[in-house]
Write a protein that binds this ligand. Structure first.
Ligand SMILES: [Zn+2]
Length: 110
C-alpha cells in the first residue's frame, strides 16, 4: 500500500505498480500482462520497462485534486509523459480512452 513519506514523496509498493498497470488501457492484439498503452502519448509500454529501459513507465496519480492513495487512483504512464498530463484530474479522459479499442501497430516498427 502506498504511503506518504515525511519529505512529501509518495512511496509505492509492488501492489501499487500492479494496480497502476491494470488500470492502463489494453491493446487488443497484445498480451495485457506484457503490453499496455500510455494514455498520454498513445504509445505502448512494456511491463519489463518498469522504472527502467528506454521508455520506462511509472505510477501516475489519476486525480491530483484528491490524492487518495487507492488502487483506482493509480495508472501506469511513461515517466517522460508525466509533465504532459492535460489536467489535474484525468478521470474522464481515461474513461473515454478506455471506452474504445486500441491496437498495437506492428507495421510501424518494421
Ligand atoms: Zn507516454
Amino acid at each position: 500500500m502506498a504511503k506518504f513519506e515525511n519529505n512529501g514523496i509518495i512511496e509505492f509498493d509492488e501492489k501499487d505498480f500492479k494496480a497502476a498497470w491494470d488500470n492502463a488501457p489494453k491493446l487488443i492484439n497484445k498480451d495485457e500482462n506484457q503490453f499496455r498503452m500510455c494514455f498520454i502519448c498513445k504509445f505502448h509500454m512494456e511491463f519489463k520497462d518498469k522504472l527502467k529501459g528506454k521508455m520506462p513507465w511509472n505510477i501516475e496519480i489519476i486525480n491530483l485534486n484528491n490524492i487518495e492513495l487507492i488502487n483506482e487512483n493509480f495508472i501506469a504512464i511513461h515517466d517522460g509523459c508525466k509533465e504532459l498530463r492535460p489536467k489535474s484530474n484525468c478521470t474522464k479522459i481515461i474513461k473515454k480512452i478506455k471506452s474504445v479499442s486500441w491496437k498495437f501497430d506492428e507495421n510501424f516498427y518494421k
